[in-house]
Write a protein that binds this ligand. Structure first.
Ligand code: GLC
Length: 721
């Protein structure tokens, strides 16, 4: 169906039918849905009837070829003009084969594997009848108290933007010709990752300079990569809720960025304009959201109950409604739904493809590249002939998929204990929980200590229940629960080698863990194959290579803490710094416990001979940067070589370091490689006070190293043309 036919279709639609396209309801409202429960209550609550449902444009959360085909079949019979439904779901880090949470994927610094994970997720979802995924979530965050940091890839703008592109490419690919791809909906627009106090849905208030420099680029990267949809954020920005924020949505997203795709509200966010205090009632909420350019209202009924009236009374122009409906019809057209409303849905392909050995293998590989080795005082890798005690609430726990893994299942998940059984026979492996996530008994503790006492090496698997992060999963105390710390200390007192493994959805205050273990691995939520991936690392099959993409704070008192900070006028440690009157705490250090970019390997990598091709370049020239990296260890392994830049003098303050590039190199023991980077003037641009994005002539410092702290540096000058 071409553009002309779409417009013809629009002309045939009544206003009620047009408004229906702007409505998104969850599956229980639809006949043919397996979970179609008692819906008269919700329908009354929303003041909608069966005819409204027949006119609905899209479904939230449906999946399964059988279910989506049934729902679509009924709908096509009941919708007067035969306009097919769009099926939209949260496929964030896997559908049935669950991959590590995105924060873990970020720590892999592996853009290709990130893309591959999204591609596998897309095909598993597409054969299950899903058309759109509400992903990637690209909300930059420096806030580990916020539960949704697990859903993004960390604190760095450059890296988040690169991952945003990889995820969109993986989900969408050649969307119009490949039924095994899904449309990508980038979220949450905008700056949802900066809530005051780290409390979800809370106020976001920042300068346009900060917003454009750090928080907006990843959304733009996703859209530049072709993301078809955008989802509004729950938070306010510049005093206005995003969902009713006309300057943000029409001014920036649609007019400045030329986004002409579908803009969907987050769940209930249109109606939430009322508690936000910017709409008196649902009618005003509908007016504000429509005028802000929000096309689809998720799970509330302000549009369906008030848009027609707003048009009739002249408050809302009908062309605003027509534009919204046309965008939705165009997306349905792009997905080929007018020709085939069932698109990729196939029970046969579900059977053949979902959770296939290849998909599991991909998840296992990405998980092993996402786990960060934070400490290792000779304890790892474990020997395969040892007797090992595996202790802790995550020793044999399937809760390692993390939030937003609703399609995954416990029975498909490989626990740590089952992963260990690939390497140890049953009389070598002693397993005991020792305590729960937040509570424990003396009996549990005694049993665990008894088993640990028999072992040569002890692995303690600790962390957060997956409900302790994710949406509305915010914590003011970012340590692991006290009962687990007590267990670790008791295990430590046995005087045997102890490895602590963490399963959690945010950077934690790991001081007490680090003090009471010889080795520490941050495993995040590693997904369906998490137990195998961890065992591969602990027993040396895989040499860990992951590096943090969010700073691990020394204490929650440092938050927000991030590597690309500004120097201030009174930096601690400056040559003329006074003892007291500098930017510091009286009780803790300024530095994080583990910095951005940090991660150890079983190898050791030496950096030498940092060389710049010139001491000065003109704006139309580029600078070559090289460094020699040598594997001086006993294991072959991957090293993520990082390149940072500091603009020593700007019109506005400039960060002490900014990541500008990175390269993963694989080196055998004794092998060396000269790693080359190219820096261009474009990479030196920043937002000036007047929001112009440009570079300045002047002095710059280039840093290269294994993380954002331990770097070598050289300077160069950028001259005007
Ligand atoms: C939730 C989340 C959003 C998700 C949506 C649909 O509230 O904020 O990320 O896509 O609802 O499940």
């Amino acid at each position: 169906m071409g553009e002309h036919q779409l417009k013809n279709l629009l002309d045939q639609m009544t206003v009620e039918e047009k408004v229906g396209q702007l409505v998104q309801l969850a599956t229980p409202f639809f006949k043919g849905a397996s979970d179609r429960g008692e819906i008269t209550g919700p329908m009354v609550h929303m003041n909608i009837d069966e005819d409204d449902i027949k006119r609905t444009g899209s479904v939230l959360g449906a999946s399964g070829a059988k279910e989506t085909i049934n729902i679509q079949k009924v709908h096509m019979e009941e919708n007067r003009l035969g306009i097919p439904l769009l099926f939209m779901s949260d496929i964030v880090h896997g559908f049935k084969t669950i991959f590590p949470v995105p924060l873990a994927i970020g720590c892999s610094w592996d853009l290709d594997l990130a893309e591959k994970s999204a591609s596998i997720a897309a095909k598993e979802a597409a054969v299950a009848g899903v058309h759109v995924t509400f992903a990637p979530m690209v909300d930059l965050s420096r806030e580990p108290r916020w539960g949704r940091v697990m859903e993004g890839t960390g604190e760095d703008t450059f890296l988040n933007s690169r991952f945003a592109r990889s995820f969109v490419r993986g989900f969408q690919g050649d969307l119009e010709n490949d039924p095994h791809k899904v449309a990508s909906c980038v979220k949450h627009f905008a700056a949802y990752g900066a809530p005051e106090g780290g409390r979800d849905y809370n106020t976001v208030d920042m300068s346009e300079w900060q917003l454009r420099e750090n928080y907006l680029p990843a959304y733009k990267a996703a859209l530049d990569e072709g993301a078809q949809m955008v989802m509004t954020a729950f938070n306010i920005l510049n005093g206005m809720p995003s969902t009713g924020n006309e300057p943000l949505m029409r001014g920036l997203l649609r007019d400045e960025w030329n986004f002409d795709g579908v803009l969907i509200s987050d769940w209930g966010a249109v109606k939430e304009l009322i508690p936000h205090g910017v709409a008196e009632n649902e009618k005003q909420a509908a007016e504000k959201a429509m005028k802000a350019g929000v096309d689809v209202e998720m799970m509330t009924s302000c549009y369906v109950n008030h848009v027609e009236e707003l048009i009739e009374e002249g408050t809302l122009e009908e062309n605003i409604l027509d534009e919204a409906v046309l965008r939705i019809l165009q997306l349905k057209q792009k997905l080929g739904l007018f020709d085939n409303p069932y698109r990729g849905a196939s029970e046969k392909e579900e059977e053949d493809y979902i959770l296939s050995p290849e998909n599991r293998k991909a998840s296992r590989e990405l998980a092993s590249k996402s786990m960060v080795l934070l400490k290792n005082e000779g304890t790892l890798p474990l020997q395969k002939d040892q007797k090992v005690a595996l202790i802790g609430p995550f020793a044999d726990n399937t809760d390692i998929l993390g939030p937003w893994s609703w399609g995954g299942s416990a029975e498909d998940t490989v626990t740590v204990a089952s992963g260990f059984s690939q390497y140890l026979n049953e009389d070598q492996l002693l397993t005991s929980a020792g305590c729960g996530i937040e509570t424990g008994t003396n009996e549990q503790l005694e049993v665990a200590l008894e088993k640990a006492a028999q072992a040569e090496a002890i692995v303690v698997a600790l962390g957060e229940h997956s409900d302790m992060s994710g949406e509305a999963g915010c914590r003011a105390d970012i340590r692991i629960p006290e009962v687990q710390l007590e267990l670790l200390k008791k295990i430590r007192s046995l005087g045997k080698p102890v490895t602590a493994v963490l399963f959690n959805g945010r950077p934690l205050d790991l001081r007490e863990v680090t003090e009471n273990a010889d080795a520490v691995i941050e495993a995040w939520y590693p997904g369906t194959e998490g137990g195998n991936a961890l065992a591969d690392i602990l027993f040396g099959e895989v040499n860990p290579s992951a590096k943090l993409t969010m700073s691990m704070p020394y204490s929650v008192g440092q938050v927000p803490i991030y590597y690309n900070r500004y120097n201030t006028g009174r930096p601690e440690g400056a040559p003329d710094a006074q003892e007291r009157y500098v930017s510091q705490y009286l009780d803790i250090p300024n530095e994080p416990l583990y910095p951005f970019g940090f991660g150890l390997s079983y190898s050791r990598f030496e950096y030498e001979e940092l060389t710049l091709s010139s001491e000065r370049i003109r704006q139309d020239e580029s600078l070559s940067v090289s460094v020699k990296v040598t594997n001086t260890g006993d294991y072959a392994g991957e090293e993520i070589v990082q390149l940072y830049v500091r603009d020593l003098v700007g019109e506005v303050v400039r960060p002490l370091k900014e990541l500008k590039d990175f390269e993963k190199v694989y080196l055998h023991p004794g092998e060396e490689k000269v790693v080359h980077f190219t820096l261009t003037e474009e990479q030196l641009r920043y937002y000036h006070a007047n929001m112009e994005h440009k570079s300045d002539a002047g002095e710059f410092e280039v840093f290269v190293g294994p993380n954002s702290r331990d770097t070598k540096s050289e300077r160069f000058r950028l001259d005007r043309k």
